[in-house]
Design a protein around this ligand. Structure first.
Ligand code: PEP
Ligand code: MN
Length: 337
């Protein structure tokens, strides 16, 4: 980091800051300009809190140099990371389409939707057993029973499962039923959960918080990576803005930006991003065009009876149509589906 001293800060104040830098185990580089004095702090500044210097007399501001994330950054790992979920290699040339109901409601419902999406070529089934709902009175998911249903359908149809884990103490249980552990938008900064997932044996799908910056998302990924799990997929799922015609505003610029800042695969959830089924197709096509490594799409065979998010679910036939169109875009951007 660079410490900018106030104009006319006396030499004693500059020296006090320099001594403070040295006392903290860093090297100091003094640059005495005609108008202002700068002090460079040499060493890994991520260990430092800017506040330590900000409060010293004569200091005007602190300019960080390094990105606060390390293991998630492209600088640390220049080539693309590929996360393996069964036969699907997320982050490689093939685009991974994950689809299924928002929530697991019953064995019959999950099986029917799973069969439909499998017929369209999907190999990773989505479905929440634990649902983080805004209202405590809304359907909260079937919990362990939902996990059993997912396991049964996984076995029956030879699909892989992505499902959300809400609590650190559930990680082990969810690992037994899932192939990819989803962290929902509301839990993106549940650091205890992220640390626990760092020790998990399964890859992690980390969704962007609805009010989180990309830097915060990458810092959350850093929690999982630095705790020992290198298999992290990032997911853009819309952020909250003033717009009310959509549930959230899909931030598609996040895709190329995240791919530039990080080596981790990036997928898009156009269903939760828009909340409107008619927008899911166009946003899926746009996501692929923008470089997304995959999609997470809500599909329901009886959306009017869905216990959760029916308004954004595609009918299986519409989903099949969309997959056809996605193939065209994938080819156009040099990828496969
Ligand atoms: C979900 O995918 O089921 C979900 C709850 O999404 P989000 O966390 O993005 O709201
Ligand atoms: Mn949902």
């Amino acid at each position: 980091m660079i410490i900018v001293m106030r104009r006319g800060a006396p030499p004693e104040q500059v020296e006090a800051v320099r001594q403070r830098i040295l006392a903290m185990g860093f090297k100091a580089h003094l640059s005495q300009g005609e108008e202002q004095t700068l002090l460079g702090v040499i060493g890994d500044e991520r260990r430092l809190s800017a506040g330590v210097f900000e409060i010293l007399p004569g200091v005007e501001k602190i300019l960080p140099i390094l990105k606060p994330f390390r293991m998630a950054s492209r600088d640390f790992h220049p080539s693309d990371t590929v996360v393996q979920v069964g036969a699907e290699r997320v982050g490689a040339k093939g685009v991974a389409v994950m689809a299924g109901p928002c929530a697991v409601e019953s064995y019959e419902q999950t099986l029917a939707i799973a069969q439909a999406v499998k017929a369209s070529g999907v190999r990773i089934l989505r479905g929440g057993a634990y649902k983080p709902r805004t209202s405590p009175y809304a359907f909260q998911g079937l919990g362990p029973k939902g996990l059993e249903i997912l396991s049964a359908v996984r076995k029956e149809l030879d699909l892989k499962i992505v499902t959300e884990v809400l609590t650190p103490s559930d990680v082990e249980l969810v690992c037994r039923h899932a192939d990819l552990l989803q962290v929902g938008a509301r839990n993106m900064q549940n650091f205890t959960l992220l640390a626990e997932l760092g020790k998990a044996s399964k890859p992690v799908l980390l969704k962007r918080g609805m009010m989180s910056t990309l830097e915060e998302l990458l810092m959350s990924a850093e929690y999982v990576l630095s705790n020992g799990n290198p298999h992290v997929i990032l997911c853009e799922r819309g952020i909250r803005t003033f717009e009310r015609y959509t549930r959230n505003t899909l931030d598609l610029s996040a895709v190329p930006l995240l791919k530039k800042l990080s080596h981790l695969p990036v997928i898009v959830d156009p269903s939760h991003a828009t909340g409107v089924k008619d927008l899911v197709g166009p946003m899926s096509l746009a996501a692929l065009a923008a470089g997304a490594d995959g999609l997470l799409i809500d599909v329901h065979h009886l959306p009017e009876q869905a216990l959760c998010d029916g308004a954004q679910a595609l009918l299986p036939a519409d989903f099949a149509d969309l997959v056809g169109k996605l193939k065209g875009v994938a080819t156009a951007v040099g990828r496969t589906l």
